[in-house]
Every structure is written in C-alpha cells, then in structure tokens.
Design a protein around this ligand. Structure first.
Ligand SMILES: [Fe+2]
Length: 234
C-alpha cells in the first residue's frame, strides 16, 4: 500500500487579531484540500501592535484588549491545527523582545503557550529544519528578502515569511542537488490600522500560504474579490 504523502502547510504573518477576516476560512479550505501532515507557522502569528516598540494607534484596542482579541482568533487556529511548530519573529515574540530590552531575563516570563492560551502541542522555536524526501527544508521568520539568497547561503531549501509582499519560489541547482528558496506571503488584513506602516510600501501584500508536498513547494494564493473578501476557492 502506498504510504501517505508528506504535506507541510506553511502559514505566515497571520497578525492576530489583525488577520484578514477570511483567513481562517481560507486555512480551513486549505486543510480540507491538502490534508497537511505537518503545520509550520513561520511567525507573526500575533501582531502585538499595542505592545510594539513603535507608537501605537490610539484608535486601536489597548494592549490587554488586543491580546484578548488575538487569543480569540488564535483559538480558531488551535482547533483547526491541533499540532503546530511556530518560529519566533519580530511581532510574535514582542513580549520576549521588550522584556529583554528592559532587562528582564526570559526565566521570569510566561511561556508563549501561557500568554496565548495555546495547547502544549503548539511549540515555539527560534527556527526549524524538517526532512523531506528531496532534502532538508529550513524554516525561519525572515532573514533575507532577495529571491534565492538564503537557500544559496545555507546550502539547503529555505522558507521565509516576514516580507508580506513576497510570495515566490526560486529553484537553485548545483551539481549535487536541487534546492528551493520560498517566501510564503501573509494572511494579515491590509485594511487594518495596525498594518498602516505597509501603506508606504508600493508593493502590496500577497495573501497566500505555502504547501510542500514530498519536498516540492507550491504557493496557494488567497484570491480576493474587488471588495477585498476571499472568493472562496483554493
Ligand atoms: Fe509580518
């Protein structure tokens, strides 16, 4: 009997609670279609706008209220994907980053799971490498924006998020192997005031996820109608 394919679903830059209003429905459809065996969230699962190092918008919820709203959104992901590896990131790790900046050692802090009411099967790591049938794949939040650069430097396939306007796959061939370098896109709500900083970037965000089936990557775009809502197909 043929064994089940390894299917890695890569989710990036959800930015709860400022995720696109249809992002969860889109992910549910992706789960149904691709039946992932592994789920990797490559950071910015939460926005932490009000806790940011930057000024926060006074028309948005307070830090405490934003966290409650973020947990409400993330709980939908916990139900959808009971097991998930999450990599640390500039937004998602805001509590840790600010605590360290103010001189608090990590040992005095609550864990990501406690803060976000996440199940223990959601595991936060600095980065992660998974084996696939055609070689290892390295996942991190975002180190290099240029197409193909991180995989060339690391000598293995790499997947990054962080760059909301990048959803791309570049293949790199050597005499010994074939590698890919991918940027996943995001699932943030471009209309949110919390994402206003993106407006100065002429390149618009791309809403999408990445699926890696037996080592072969594929971008799955979240197609939007003119009104900005998901069209309902994957
Ligand atoms: Fe992000």
């Amino acid at each position: 009997m043929k064994s089940r394919k390894q299917t890695i679903l890569v989710i990036s830059d959800f930015h709860a609670p400022y995720n696109h209003p249809d992002a969860v429905a889109f992910l549910r459809a992706c789960k149904k279609k691709y039946k992932p065996t592994d789920v990797v969230c490559i950071g910015d699962e939460t926005d932490f706008h009000a806790m940011s190092f930057h000024d926060s918008n006074p028309d948005l919820p307070s830090a405490g209220d934003e966290l409650k709203l973020a947990i409400k959104e993330l709980k939908k992901l916990y139900r959808l994907f009971p097991d998930c590896t999450v990599v640390e990131s500039n937004h998602g790790s805001m509590v840790l980053r600010k605590a360290l900046a103010k001189g608090f050692p990590q040992v005095v802090l609550k864990s990501y799971n406690e803060i976000l009411e996440a199940p223990r099967s959601w595991k936060w790591v600095p980065d992660v490498t998974l084996k696939t049938p055609i070689g290892p794949v390295y996942f991190c939040h975002g180190k290099v924006g240029g197409a193909g650069k991180l995989a060339s430097q690391y000598g293995m396939s790499c997947v990054q998020g962080h760059f909301h306007e990048k959803a791309q796959i570049t293949y790199i061939s050597t005499p010994e192997k074939l590698m890919f370098d991918a940027h996943t896109g995001c699932l943030a709500d471009d209309d949110s005031l919390a994402l206003a900083y993106n407006k100065v970037n002429p390149k618009r965000p791309i809403l999408s996820v990445l699926v890696i089936v037996d080592g072969v990557p594929q971008i799955v775009p979240m197609l939007l109608a003119k009104n900005g809502r998901w069209m309902g197909t994957v």
